[in-house]
Every structure is written in structure tokens, then in C-alpha cells.
Design a protein around this ligand. Sequence first.
Ligand code: NAD
Length: 366
Amino acid sequence: MNYTVTVLPGDGIGPEVIGETIKVFESISSRYGHQFNFRTGVIGGAAIDQFGTALPDDTLQMCKDTDAVLFGAVGGPKWDHVNAAVRPEQGILAIRKGLGLYANVRPVKVYPAIINSSPIKPELLQNVDMIILRELTGGLYFGKPKKRWKTPTGKRRGVDTLKYTEEEVERIVRMGFEMARARRKRLTSTDKFNVLESSRMWREVTTEVATDYPDVELEHILADNLAMQIIQDPERFDVIVAENTFGDIISDEASVLCGSLGMLPSASLSGLTSTSTSGSPTVSLYEPIHGSAPDIAGKGIANPIGTILSGAMLLRYSFGLHEEANAIEASVEGVLAEGYRTADIASVEDTVVSTREIGDVIAGSL
Ligand code: NAD
């Protein structure tokens, strides 16, 4: 089969981790006989430098005219002025909006071989296997008004708005129920029902949707309590569905269970099927959960596994290539079991390999 993948390496370690993922795709291509046509687009800080905008129209169009998007990361100190009107992160927010990607799927799995890389006690991590489903195009990150201003007396003020429609809540929660139904049939919905009106609406809609899924056990949990329990008793979670900000924070926290931010993949989807409700094909975007890690960019030490596993998700969700996706995941597991470690997941006694070396062994062992 022939597939077109738009690749957006972005900034910092983005190009490094994307490079290793393409290597893995090439290996899949020669083993299974698929043809992947990669087209590279510019986004984030790199796009600001070249075009003065974080998401040039050409890049967005390229993403719309493709089968799937593989994304690295954007941002860095060069563009981090508090008052900057144009910011690299606007690129990723705009692409999510532009492609209608309202759901971010973040699987959290602990690999036995690196269980000691986590600061959490290994006995708490034996059976951790959860999905964090984060709402991606609404809530606090997008709600208007969103602004800063000064009062007539010169005092600074700032406002962000946490706003949801019932349709937005229903579609993400329904996706959560569908995912839970295909797994261990347990959905945890998180909110701040005790203090936020939008959360009260979120909980109400979730409870209503639950009546369509009597086989799935629904639990509501306050976001602060969830933040604690995800560390204290992570094995009990199956699928967690969360508002944009809560999901962002909780999934970074959950990465600690896996030993490093560099281990976690994600998929941003506009539905669970490859066609939208209107029947037109949807384009999904796949990216590691980490940022551009400017502190280690260019040193050749970044962990590419989160991006490589995002590539596996791309093959599974966008192309239905389950065997190929499983092969990549098995290769990652095998390489970790053989003792290969990038610096972020290495213990003192481990031999540390570079970004390129671990990419080579993962691609090679396919
Ligand atoms: P970050 O995820 O880039 O880095 C946090 C820490 O984790 C750093 O110490 C970094 O070295 C380490 N780390 C991250 N990925 C790693 C990997 N693959 N291998 C090894 N170590 C890794 O978060 P940050 O430092 O808060 O943000 C840096 C920049 O990235 C900022 O400009 C931020 O806005 C941006 N950012 C972008 C995205 C995105 O593009 N989706 C997401 C988050 C942050």
C-alpha cells in the first residue's frame, strides 16, 4: 500500500526524534512492502523565523491533503518572550483546530525492563496500563475572553476562560466509553465539580452518556484527588477522560510512572474511525507528549521512543496496520529488555546509548 505522511519536525529535539521514527518506518516499509511518502512541513519557531507565523497556510494545507501527520515538538527560549505576539505553541494549537483534532489519546504503559527508572516504587507499577483521553480543542486553552490588560491605576490583570458546550463534552466522553468498552471496561472522568460550573456540566453530561454504556463502570473523581491517586495506586486506572488542562497536567504526571517524558506517545484524533460523521476522511496527528527539550537539543541524547511509539499509533489508528504497529512496540520492548538505554531512562550501572543508536537497534530488530 501507498501512504502519504506529512512530517512536522518542529524545534529543539523535534527533528532528532522524528529522524529516528522515519528510520523505523523505512524498516517497516522494507519488511512489509508498504510505501511511505514523507512530505516535510515547517511549524513552530522554525516557521516564525522563516515566515513570521507559527503555522504557515502551506503547512496546514499539506496536513489536510495527507493520510496522517507525524509531529515532533515546538518551542524554545529563542521565542519565549512573555509579551511575544507570535509564539511557536500557536502552531500546534492552530493545527489541532484546523484538523478538528478534539481528542488526544495518551497510553501510559510501564515497560518491565525500565521499571526502576521511575521514582515510584516498582511494586506499585507492575500492571500499569491506562489511557488518558484529553479533550484538545476546548476548555481553558481556547476559551474567550483570553487577555491581559492594565487597570487605569497601572495594575496588571489577566483572564482565561474555561468554557465547554455539551456537544464537546459528549463527544470526548463517548470516545472514552468506547475505548473503555474495548479494554477493561472502566472509565474515570475527572473534573473540579466542587468549584467549577463547567465541571458540573461535564459531570452531568458524562452521567447521561453513561446510560448508553451499562457494561462500562463509570467513576467520577476530582482532578486534585486523581493527581494523588495516579501516583499512589496507578494500576487501578483503565481509561481516564479529562478536560484539556487537567488532561495535560495529569498525563505529564503519569509519564513519571514510565520513567521519562521521552517514553510516551500520543495520538490526536477527530473520531475513532478514519471518516468523519460527514463521511469525509479525517486526518490524525501523532506526537510524543514531551516538548522541544531545549536543554538537551542538538546533543544527540534525546529519547526517541515516545515518537517511535507515536509512529506505531499512526500505523494502527490511521492505516489499520495492526501487525506493523505491534511489531514496532515489540521491538521497543525487546530493545529495552536487552538493556539499551538513553540517558533519561538509564540507571548508574547502565550503558547509555545515543538517540541515533537506540533508533538503529529498534529499526534493526524489526
Ligand atoms: P519538555 O517536555 O521539552 O522538557 C521537560 C524535561 O524533560 C526536560 O528536562 C527535557 O530535557 C526532558 N525531556 C523531554 N523530552 C525528552 C526526551 N525525548 N528525551 C529525554 N529527555 C526529555 O518541557 P519544557 O522544558 O517545559 O518545554 C520546553 C519547550 O517545549 C517550551 O517552549 C514549551 O512550550 C514547549 N512544549 C512544546 C510541546 C509540543 O510541541 N507539543 C509540548 C510541551 C512543551
